[in-house]
Design a protein around this ligand. Structure first.
Ligand code: XIL
Length: 493
């Protein structure tokens, strides 16, 4: 198990136990961790992770993270398991890297690169030259000093990250909607020549990185993408080192441009790579279930279109989950734009992406009959203590031993052991222990097996959670907000 897959104990749950752990327990934990890595392969969200499915098709599946996201264990666990390309949200932009002239701050970007390297992800560098998130000292420079400042910035940043970056967004968002060049400080100082100048500086600093122009609203064939297309032709004709075109792909649900594939193909025909660099698909709030499902269709279309274009190298989403997306703060009234909900549960967009990549689109139905329920965090089985079938007995985790008190039968949506049903007590909230009770078939006895491996209560929406992330025999099982962490994932064995 990767170290940052391990969720932190919640306050008051497991902290003191943890301090009491002896060497033997730690050793067992390490052995379980190794066994998990080798044998059971943390499944994360689906039978096969997006990154694995994408790699089988010669593509990558990426995401974006900011420095703050590095502190979120659930987010980290999904990012590492599902994605093999990482873009820093803000940490490599000019206003972070060189807030004052000649003073470089690479720390935040370095942290993102370290996370990526620790999880075998590549990095999209984002970005070197952009009119936005640009310190005022640059926009206030006399025009005859802008080229020097730009070249110095590119050289220092791309040199610092040399060898660690798969592709650089060298120029970000250079176009107006009508296809003309945005008259930002760079265009005003150097005319359209600034793009070739920037590309050449980046090539000199990091010869191995693919060099991109990245923009939004250029996904379909339209005035803006026509402007970009002409510029790409002219840059290539001049011998400027342009390798790829990034299509940001901040879509609105149900409004994908129908010419996405045609447009990608025309850039590919110039000999350029193309990439979907910042995919999200925003939905008017509150998000209706039909829009959530339509979002799945949109994601499936984007992935399928990328697969249909040989030079489309991969798809990156902007953000991991709806709770860490830029959309809600930037487009008031919109949200729910990513493939994971705020509880890190995969949405139809996830399943559609996996399906487009050749994976299974729905979680496998629970096999009929009885099976054990093995906790991913401990490898121990959900167990009815002493086979006590008295109403109110609370199941625990225990060494798997094949006993009948560890056999749980799926019957409809109920989970039965020794003739009793797994039951959430009336008015259960986060922290309530589950119990067994006479089967009534009511919704507090109904459970859903989610694609992520969690098991949630139909009535409460909360997930079966090994209390305090403890792993010892006898630890009780509670209901808790679904995080998808290992102490909430169960496999039927
Ligand atoms: C966004 C970030 O996600 C936000 O945190 C920040 O406040 C603004 O920028 N196009 C881009 C990205 O190329 O750099 C932008 O990122 C989103 C739009």
């Amino acid at each position: 198990m990767r170290s940052n897959d391990t969720p932190q104990p919640r306050p008051g749950q497991g902290g003191s136990r943890r301090r009491a752990l002896g060497i033997g327990t730690v050793l067992v934990a390490v052995l379980v961790a190794v066994a998990t890595t080798v044998g059971m392969a943390l499944p994360a969200q689906a039978a096969t992770a997006l990154r694995t499915l994408a790699e089988a098709k010669g593509r990558y599946f990426g995401t974006e993270m900011t420095g703050g996201d590095l502190n979120n264990a659930s987010l980290n666990s999904i990012a590492a398991a599902q994605f093999d390309m990482l873009t820093p949200g803000n940490e490599m932009k000019w206003d972070t890297i060189e807030r004052s002239p000649g003073v470089f701050n690479f720390g935040p970007g370095d942290q993102i690169v370290s996370f990526a390297q620790a999880h075998s992800m590549r990095v999209r560098g984002h970005n070197l030259v952009w009119h936005s998130q640009l310190p005022s000292w640059v926009s206030n420079l006399p025009l005859n000093q802008v080229q020097g400042a730009m070249q110095n910035h590119i050289t220092n940043e791309a040199t610092h990250y040399r060898g660690k970056i798969y592709a650089w967004d060298v120029i970000n968002e250079p176009f107006n909607e009508d296809g003309s060049l945005r008259q930002d400080i760079f265009a005003r100082a150097m005319g359209s020549g600034y793009l070739a100048t920037a590309l050449r500086a980046a090539r000199a600093a990091d010869p191995a990185a693919k060099l991109y122009i990245n923009d939004f609203n250029v996904e379909g064939v339209n005035a803006k993408s026509n402007g970009l297309f002409s510029l790409a032709q002219s840059l290539l004709a001049q011998g400027a080192p342009l390798d790829g075109i990034g299509l940001e792909s901040h879509f609105i649900v149900g409004q994908l441009p129908s010419s996405l594939l045609t447009n990608m193909q025309r850039f590919a025909n110039l000999g350029l790579d193309v990439a979907i660099t910042e995919l999200d698909d925003r939905i008017p709030l509150p998000a209706s279930s039909s829009n959530i499902s339509r979002q799945g269709t949109d994601y499936g279309t984007v992935v399928n279109d990328c697969l249909a274009v040989a030079r489309c190298v991969g798809v990156s989403q902007w953000g991991v989950d709806d709770g860490h997306s830029w959309i809600d703060g930037t487009f008031p009234g919109f949200g729910a734009a990513t493939m994971y909900d705020r509880n890190f549960q995969p949405k139809p967009a996830y399943n559609a992406s996996a399906a487009a990549l050749g994976g299974s689109s729905t979680p496998p139905p629970p096999p009929p009959g009885s099976s054990t329920l093995v906790s991913a965090a401990s490898g121990r089985c959900l167990d009815l203590p002493a086979s006590n079938t008295t109403n109110g007995t609370q199941p625990v985790i225990w060494d798997c031993n094949g006993g009948a008190n560890q056999q749980w039968a799926v019957n409809g949506q109920t989970l039965r052991v020794l003739g009793k049903c797994l039951d959430a007590p009336t008015n259960a909230t986060a922290g309530t222990k589950v119990q067994i009770w006479d089967c009534s078939g009511a919704t507090n006895q109904q459970w859903t097996f989610n694609a992520s491996g969690t098991v949630s209560g139909v009535q409460s929406g909360l997930c079966l959670d090994v209390n305090g992330n403890a792993t010892a025999n006898g630890t009780t099982v509670i209901l808790w907000t679904c995080t998808g962490a290992a102490n909430q994932r169960w496999s039927r064995v």
